[in-house]
Design a protein around this ligand. Structure first.
Ligand code: ATP
Length: 297
């Protein structure tokens, strides 16, 4: 069983005040883009994982691997002991703010559901996914969707067209927890009251009509200041996007990947080339969205 599953960028990430349980209420507009991991599940007596591809050395292969955790959770839900050898072909940057681990978890759920002949409906997989992590349900469905709560309560959002992106991949990742902690620290230092997160209507309209210019103007990420504080070298990378005609530039999720919205596919290719040629990014990848979530191939 082979499942292909996409990365995401957050076109709006609004972070509410810190809750007592340590989480934040979010308004999180997810958008799935055409950078994919592949998860293969083969019959076995136990659940194991192997990771191949360019980022493989940064991914744990023990029980902390999110694909293993997903397979275990699915077996538990089915009430039986099952085995699977999982092989992940990794193309999504690790700890890059593009939900790579969540993608692998979603991929493992779909692959093992099929391998084990469970036939569980998407609703059941979504429930298991929500327990695994707040980005995992979105990795299952893909497309474009608004997440509220911790990000796990999802409503799908039809978009009026395809958007073209460039992703500047950074050397080394950023831990999501440390970026949230830095965001809280910055807010505490500023002393201002943190507003309740609100969905941006102009952004919704831009997505609905497929207007890349309006989408570019309305990209927002409340974690960006924290990510830039932790990785100041990202600021000139974002600025370089504007100099090469990007319609918008933003840190993807908790970073350090930077996302640039292009006018069309040709502009995305040119922009990726310019960012690497000028040294603003050491690797830049053109991609498009929305694309569908975890799918058997
Ligand atoms: P998000 O955008 O959801 O905040 P991220 O893209 O920044 O996440 P991930 O690539 O999901 O980060 O990885 C976060 C950490 O999870 C990694 O540092 C790694 O140690 C661990 N991890 C566990 N399983 C996986 C997996 N299958 N793929 C990638 N990372 C994994």
């Amino acid at each position: 069983m082979t499942v292909r599953v996409p990365a995401k960028v957050n076109v709006q990430l609004s972070v509410g005040p810190l809750r007592e349980d340590g989480y934040h209420d979010l308004v999180n507009v997810f958008h799935a883009v055409s950078i994919f991991d592949e998860v293969v599940a083969k019959e076995s007596d136990s659940i194991t994982v192997q990771v191949d591809g360019k980022w493989s050395d940064q991914v744990p292969v023990d029980d902390s691997n999110l694909a293993i955790r997903a397979a275990r959770a699915l077996a538990k839900h089915a009430g039986r002991t099952y085995g699977a050898d999982l092989v992940i072909q990794k193309d999504i940057p690790v700890a890059g703010g593009m939900a790579g681990g969540s993608a692998d978890a979603a991929g493992a759920l779909v692959a093992c559901n099929e391998l084990w002949g469970l036939g569980l409906p998407i609703e059941d997989l979504m429930e298991i996914a929500g327990d695994l992590g707040s980005d995992v349900p979105f990795s299952l469905i893909g497309g474009t969707a608004v997440g509220t709560g911790r990000g796990e309560q999802l409503s799908e959002l039809p978009t009026g067209g395809t958007f073209h992106w460039v992703f500047a991949l950074a050397n080394g990742g950023l831990s999501t927890a440390s970026v949230y902690a830095e965001c809280d620290r910055l807010r505490q230092a500023a002393g201002a009251e943190v507003p309740w997160p609100q969905l941006n209507d102009s952004l919704m309209e831009a997505l609905g009509t497929g207007d890349a210019y309006a989408l570019g103007r309305n990209l927002s990420n409340d974690l960006q200041a924290a990510a830039l504080n932790l990785r100041p070298e990202l600021a000139p990378t974002l600025d370089a996007g504007g100099q090469h005609g990007a319609l918008g530039a933003i840190v993807s999720g908790s970073g350090p990947t930077c996302a640039f919205l292009a006018i069309d596919a040709t502009h995305a290719r040119d922009l990726a080339q310019s960012l690497t040629a000028t040294g603003a990014a050491h690797t830049a990848v053109a991609a498009h969205g929305p694309v569908q979530g975890a799918v058997l191939v």
